[in-house]
Design a protein around this ligand. Structure first.
Ligand SMILES: O=C(O)C(=O)C[C@H](O)[C@@H](O)CO
Length: 268
């Protein structure tokens, strides 16, 4: 019995592009709510959400009951944490702040078993192998692994072609928020210069036949990127949708009581 088929990876090169949602509420209950909404992929965010391995396991278990692909974002691209995320069952890994081909090659090694990589062998204890019930897991896991590197800095953009060309990099995610900050537009991922940089990166990745993705709440820009060939686009986050809807409800009922005080938005 082989490792589970990675539907997200398979769809990167076939059929319609995949529409996703970012999950930052960091719990299985709201993950299950998101899983029933019809998205193709959902991010379990280990970088900016208050997640740990136990909370990420719960979200992966909640999503497993739905036709949706989890994409797990590592807090950092270090071997020890990637090993743990893979062992809890992540098959599509999103790794932040990749800025060189050498860094990308090291990530490929980290997510592959020997002899092609250096992933530690702990499948006998791992949810990834269905707790050792997938007999062929060790010899089939690499083929179902999807490594998505995040390019989200000026230096990363400068190395885009080399990074995308690394064997074992399955897709590139352009991070508008961090890219904006690095370009001098902190909190303004929708700034014209940032959007143009994203467009150029998307076009380059399309020319390289490298699946490209991003997160944007700007639906017009999301559609533009899809028309330009983006293969996986996240169109919102659970946190901002929830906080926005809650605040809007209170404002709509602002007739009574004190004036409603609205915290400033940081954008994303
Ligand atoms: O830089 C970006 O944009 C991303 O990496 C996505 C955001 O960080 C996501 O965490 C929402 O803020």
């Amino acid at each position: 019995m082989p490792a589970p088929r990675n539907r997200f990876k398979a769809r990167l090169s076939e059929g319609d592009p995949q529409i996703g949602l970012w999950m930052g509420l960091a719990n299985a209950y709201t993950a299950e709510i998101c899983a029933g909404a019809g998205f193709d992929w959902l991010v379990v965010d280990g970088e900016h959400a208050p997640n740990d391995l136990q909370s990420m396991i719960g979200q992966l278990q909640a999503l497993a009951a739905f036709p949706v692909s989890p994409v797990v974002r590592a807090p950092v691209g270090e071997t020890w944490i990637l090993k743990q995320l893979l062992d809890i069952g992540a098959q599509s890994l999103l790794v932040p702040m990749v800025e060189s081909a050498a860094q990308a090659r090291a990530l490929v090694e980290a997510v592959r078993y020997p002899p092609r990589g250096k992933r530690g062998v702990g499948a006998a204890l791992a949810r990834a192998s269905a707790f050792n019930r997938i007999g062929d897991y060790l010899t089939t896991a690499d083929g179902e692994m999807c490594l998505i590197v995040q390019i989200e800095s000026v230096a990363g953009l400068a190395a885009l072609k080399e990074i995308a060309g690394v064997e074992g990099v399955d897709a590139v995610f352009i991070g508008p928020s961090d890219l904006a900050a690095d370009m001098g537009y902190l909190g303004r991922p929708g700034a014209p210069a940032v959007k143009q940089a994203v467009r150029t990166a998307m076009a380059t990745l399309h020319d390289l036949s490298c699946p490209a993705g991003l997160l944007t709440a700007d639906q017009a820009f999301a559609r533009e990127c899809l028309e330009e060939g983006a293969r996986f686009v996240a169109i919102g986050t659970d946190v901002t949708l929830f906080s926005g809807a809650i605040s809007q409800l209170r404002r709509q009922f602002a007739g009574g009581g004190d004036a409603v005080k609205q915290a400033p938005s940081s954008g994303y």
